[in-house]
Design a protein around this ligand. Sequence first.
Ligand code: GDP
Ligand code: IMO
Ligand code: MG
Length: 429
Amino acid sequence: MSNTIAVGIQWGDEGKGKIVDLLTPDVDIVARFQGGPNAGHTLVIGGEKTVLHLVPSGILHDNTLCLIGNGTVVAPETIVEEMDTLLAAGIPVDERLRISDRCQLILPYHRALDAAREAAKGKAKIGTTGRGIGPAYEDKTARRGIRLIDLVCDGLDAKIDENIDWTNFLLREYFHAPEVQRSEVDAVLELARARLLPLMDDVTLILHERHKAGDSILFEGAQGAMLDVDHGTYPFVTSSNTVAGAALAGLGIGPNMVDDVLGIVKAYTTRVGAGPFPTELYNDSGMDDASGKHLAEKGHEFGATTGRPRRTGWFDAVVVRHAVRIGGVTGLAVTKLDVLDGLAEIKLCVAYECNGKRLESIPADAAMLDGCTPVYETLPGWNDNTFGATSMAQIPANAKALLKRIEEICESPVTLLSTGPDREHIIRL
Ligand code: GDP
Ligand code: IMO
Ligand code: MG
């Protein structure tokens, strides 16, 4: 197989974990390049569910090297807990996983600051996952972050003291929130020393050497294009670049190492957390459309990391077209087609109406996007059962027509069609 970047092209939770897991047998290496434990990637094999936050979604396969790149922010407690769950299930994680020496660590003071900021914002909060993602990336950019390599370098104590002082000043004086104790941080550093240092490696070098030797690589994105810190619905975004381009800087490779970009997309739209969502139909704060409820219930739309109910709505082709452009997407993996079974009609948003004007692309201003009304095309639904389908012969004509229309308006071919959560529920096109 060629070297492929697999990215979400909506607001996350598109089914990246499932798709990466099923493509893993075709590659030698799976590499994560951004995000952190805000991600929740679900794998279902023979009905058994595994949820991964930091460990790459190729980990269940023998003979696959899993890498965590420098662009990722790693919470030692979270990854160790994940490793322990996998070890208990008989997966030799330590043999299969390597973590970049340049990874930034998420420490307890990052989570404290994340929580204090969200609490202070009240109704205007972003609805973060509370995993300390924003503060960890802030420290990285401010050049005061703690990297995995720092655990074996001189001067760590002073850096930690300085960071705790600074954060506690903010927590105490500005947020009137409880301070973080040095002992909490030390416990996490201790755990990282014991469990993560043995896995620390020069991930960039590994990738270059294995690429030279002819190995193929699958790059696994987290979140989705609309949560990208530059190209998403800012400020209602995460704190990293989530587009395919982030794979390059997040692993230390050049564009010449990449052949394809697979855009993973649900056959409808979901979002968890606050921010504009033009095609929204259903949420836990009062929107109660029957089709939206169908999507939420049939799609079991609850966050894999926080358990929060996801907001649901129709497929938004303006979003997906934007994501295809900014990601250089060469093919689409459409997931959750089965969730549309039983809907009398299905809508596709093809443009927005905004201040009396038709818009074909995403405005930069979140407030303006919030005020946009979707322009819909309506297609007939189907009553047949597509759940678990493994060949196009099992897909009804109206579903095929929907997919064809998605290809046309999103300007990208559908190369994978997912019809259920299990690894086996897939049609390769
Ligand atoms: P990720 O963050 O992109 O990996 O996605 P999540 O794991 O957060 O959410 C996707 C959810 O949909 C998980 O519960 C998956 O098991 C499930 N899923 C993935 N593909 C399909 C599909 O084609 N049909 C159905 N019904 N569920 C799916
Ligand atoms: P996966 O990889 C869905 C959302 C949060 C919030 C915003 C900022 O499973 O698709 P953060 O904690 O990153 O500062 O939160 O981003 N968010 C996600 N939504 N799926 C994810 O990851 C997400 N990671 C972050 O809900 O709106
Ligand atoms: Mg998820």
